[in-house]
Design a protein. Structure first.
Length: 216
């Protein structure tokens, strides 16, 4: 059955799913939802019928609709197991998930568009304070990930072991977000080495924001 991905070129959560789809060699139709145009297409009734959370990404396969990038990646993993995003034994998989969730639960939500808009609009914060907020939460998460990559990378090119996993799928899009706010990544040499390698892989390169059909 064909796959449709509701996406926005600059969305790092959608970027994760694009990488996972590419890694598994799956073709899909992109349905762009512009997060800023016209008050945000993600908040319109037609998209809320797809994802009541009003967030991208969402995956559609026939009648089946699914939001949340990590739930989508795990659905792809369970239905198309090769190549695995969650390899190894129970401890390996739990460790990979812990690194992926460090990005998806503890860094990214604090940098999300609607959170930053709330800081600006409801709390009256200036742009410098909003950028400082974003950098603070990315830095805090990256300090931990730098240590975890040191513990778990098998080759200095992957977050865990010596093959791409869900942790890598989450890391690179967050590094792109960090670059957008010009966060200095020099304090995170292991994380940088992993990111550089991941960027060289075709599945990651084809998922980059600037090569998406809706890129501006
Ligand atoms: N936890 C969700 C986060 C999704 C999310 O925050 N998406 C952002 C783009 S990266 C979004 O749609 N933001 C729109 C908004 O905040 O209104 C996931 O992993 O899918």
């Amino acid at each position: 059955m064909s796959l449709k991905l509701y996406t926005f070129w600059r969305s790092s959560a959608a970027f994760r799913v694009r990488i996972a789809l590419n890694l598994k060699g799956l073709s899909y139709e992109s349905v762009p939802k512009h997060l800023l145009r016209d008050g945000g297409e993600q908040s319109k009734a037609d998209y809320l019928a797809v994802n009541p959370q009003g967030l991208v990404p969402a995956l559609q396969e026939g009648e089946f609709l699914l939001g949340q990038s990590l739930a989508i990646c795990e659905y792809l993993e369970e239905t198309r197991p090769q190549p695995p995003l969650l390899p190894g034994n129970a401890r390996d998989r739990a460790t990979i998930r812990s690194m992926a969730l460090a990005v998806a639960c503890d860094i990214h939500p604090l940098n999300n568009l609607s959170v930053l808009q709330y800081l600006r609009r409801e709390l009256g914060q200036e742009e410098a304070a909003v950028t400082g907020w974003t950098c603070h939460w990315i830095t805090r998460g990256f300090v931990a990930l730098e240590e975890l990559i040191g513990r778990h990378s098998g080759d200095g090119r992957h977050c865990f072991g010596s093959a791409v996993t869900l942790a890598d799928v989450c890391l690179l899009p967050q590094v792109f977000n960090a670059r957008r706010v010009q966060l200095d990544l020099a304090p995170f040499p292991r994380l940088l080495a992993v990111s550089r390698y991941l960027e060289s892989l075709p599945a990651f390169a084809a998922a980059r924001p600037e090569v998406q059909p809706d890129a501006e």
